[in-house]
Every structure is written in C-alpha cells, then in structure tokens.
Design a protein around this ligand. Structure first.
Ligand SMILES: Nc1nc2c(ncn2[C@@H]2O[C@H](COP(=O)(O)OP(=O)(O)OP(=O)(O)O)[C@@H](O)[C@H]2O)c(=O)[nH]1
Ligand SMILES: [Mg+2]
Length: 323
C-alpha cells in the first residue's frame, strides 16, 4: 500500500480512502500497524483543527436520536460532520452505531456526514487507541466536527474525554427528585449536561432534572478551563429539535473562550502526553502475551509457590526476560 498517496487522498477528503485508513488503524496485524503509524505521521498537522465533541449517556437516553438531529443541524449550517463510537462491549453486535444507522437515517445518507461504526473489539485499551487514531484521520480529512459517542460503561467516558475537546453528558428526565446515580467522576468530566426528551409529557420532568443538575454542577470544584457559567446543564429534545441550536451556541462559545485563553491547545498537548504514556503502558502489557511468556510466567509462579525462589527474585527474572 502506498502510504503517501493514501495520505493525499485522505487530505483531499476522499471518503473511501478515509474508510480504508480507519480499517488499517483497526487492524491488529503488525505490518498494518507499521503502515498505520506511517500514515498518521504523514497526516500529522494536516487539515484544519476540527472541534472534537465527546458524547456519553446510558443506553436509551437518546444518543443516536440526538446525533441524528444535531448532526443534521450542523450539516444544514454547512459543516462537515464525522461520527465515531467507542464501545468496549463488543457483545452489542459490532458496536452501538451499526444497528443504529437506521436511527441515523438522514445523517447516514448526507454527503457531508461520515458515520463509522465502532470495531468489534473487547479490550478497552485497544478500542481507545483505534478510536483516537480514527479521530485524527477524520480531522485530517477536513471534517469540521468529530462526534465521538460512548455508552456509559466503566472507563470508556474517561477515554473519550481524553480524545475530545468538549465532553457532553446526555441524560433523560428523572422521575422524582433523584439524581440519576451519575458518578461524581463523570459529572466532573462534563463540560455540558444535556437533559434530553424535554418534550410532551416529559418536558416538566426534564426541566426539573435540568435544574437539579445545574445545582449539582455548581457544587463541583471550579476548573481553570471553564469560563463563567460552565459547566452548564440545558434541556434539549432530539425529537423536536428544541434546544439544539442553543446547545451548539454554548459549545461554540466555550470552545472559542478556551481557544483564546490557551486552554484548547494546552488540553490537546496534555492529551498527547496521556496517549503517549498509555500506548507505552499498553505495549508493555501486550508483551505479557508474547510467545512463550505465559508458560514462563506459569513456571516461575509454580517455583514461587513451591518456595524454590522468592516472589521478588522471580518477578525480577521475568522482567529481565521481557526487556
Ligand atoms: N420523547 C423523546 N424520546 C426520545 C428522544 N430522543 C430519543 N428518544 C427515544 O428514546 C429511545 C432511545 O433512543 P436512542 O436514540 O436509541 O438512545 P441511545 O442512547 O442511542 O440508546 P443505545 O444506543 O441503546 O445506547 C427511543 O425510543 C427514542 O425514540 C426525545 O428527544 N424525546
Ligand atoms: Mg444508540
């Protein structure tokens, strides 16, 4: 494969080349990996800076419906939009977006939009790296907005927050006055909370839920990267389109403020640092599944259990071998 010409085609916005490239970064083969690394190098710094938006929410809050409506609104205002998913639970038949293309019917047919289902992968570390590389590829392909969806399970929100500029938490209206068991750590990552389904019978509950979360957000520690009034909670209706323009206005205001204050680039630099460390960590862990390593681990573990060697000495020996 000619990496330079693939890079040129991606930079010129060719979608089939973009899809090929994403397949390449998703591949586990060593030769593909080397090509993916070269491709990402060739594309680094190419294209404009996209606005990368992370979107998280538990199943059923309306992520797909929201992305369809929000994406169409962006496309309608002349922007090109890419949608990716980080879904570590491969059990869900090839990721959440795939089956969802029906829920994103208009967007998936819009020429200005690109929707990529998440790879069927189980290991979060691997999924995260591939998604981050796919984000970079979409950016190089000239998309204005890259939306990264994740379903709220375990560590996936942290991963998505580490690869995006803005992080949105989508919630559904709550019944009474209960907050929806949203973990504090996830609240702390959110730049905006959008309470969806603010329509029909659910409108009043959505307004109440929104007020509850506004209050909860005010109690969190102030972050340097936030202007006055952020993080904020708003109501939206993905069905009726209410609040989508307003939410987009707030996202742009926040991104603009961060750009001017230097937080935007500083955050991306921090993220690059994070992923460098993370890749090294993952690479080291991968060595543990190299040829013969498991057998050697088992042999040494038996020796430790039998008292033939101390745990300390055995660990030292193992680490020397892995070097
Ligand atoms: N009333 C109302 N219902 C909505 C709205 N948005 C989504 N829904 C409904 O909520 C249900 C779930 O919507 P999805 O968009 O599939 O939710 P999701 O978060 O993508 O769900 P998963 O893909 O399973 O994680 C569907 O029945 C939608 O029709 C909305 O704005 N108002
Ligand atoms: Mg969905």
């Amino acid at each position: 494969m000619d990496i330079d010409s693939l890079a040129e085609k991606i930079a010129s916005g060719d979608r089939r080349s973009l899809s090929r490239a994403i397949t390449l970064v998703e591949s586990g083969r060593a030769d593909h990996r080397a090509q993916a690394v070269a491709l990402l190098e060739a594309l680094a710094g190419r294209g404009r800076q996209a606005l990368r938006i992370g979107l998280s929410g538990t199943p059923g809050v309306g992520k797909s419906t929201f992305i369809e409506a929000f994406g169409m609104m962006l496309v309608g205002s002349g922007l090109r939009v890419a949608v990716l998913a980080v879904d570590p639970s491969s059990a869900r038949s090839g990721g959440s977006i795939l089956g969802d293309k029906t829920r994103m019917e208009q967007l998936s047919r819009a020429p200005e939009a690109y929707i990529r289902p998440s790879p069927a992968q189980s290991q979060l570390g691997g999924v995260a790296r591939r998604s981050r590389e796919a984000v970079a590829l979409c950016e190089a392909a000239g998309f204005d907005v890259v939306l990264v969806e994740t379903v709220g399970v375990g560590q996936s929100e942290t991963m998505v927050a580490e690869m995006t500029d803005l992080f949105l938490l989508l919630l559904a209206p709550a019944g009474g006055d209960e907050l929806q068991g949203v973990k504090r750590g996830i609240m702390e990552m959110a730049d905006m909370i959008l309470v969806n389904k603010a329509d029909g019978d659910l409108k009043a509950a959505a307004t109440r839920t929104c007020a509850d979360y506004s209050g909860a957000l005010r109690l969190l520690r102030k972050r340097a990267q936030d202007p006055e009034g952020f993080p904020k909670a708003m109501t939206v209706s993905a069905y009726e389109g209410d609040g989508l323009e307003a939410a987009w206005g707030e996202m742009q205001a926040l991104a603009d403020w961060r750009r001017e204050a230097g937080h935007f680039d500083a955050r991306r630099a921090e993220q690059a640092r994070y992923w460098f460390r993370e890749d090294v960590r993952q690479g080291l862990l991968a060595r543990l599944s190299g040829p013969g390593v498991a057998e050697e681990m088992a042999r040494l573990a038996d020796a430790v259990a039998a008292g033939e060697v101390t745990a300390t000495a055995a660990a030292e020996e193992m680490l020397t071998r892995l070097r």
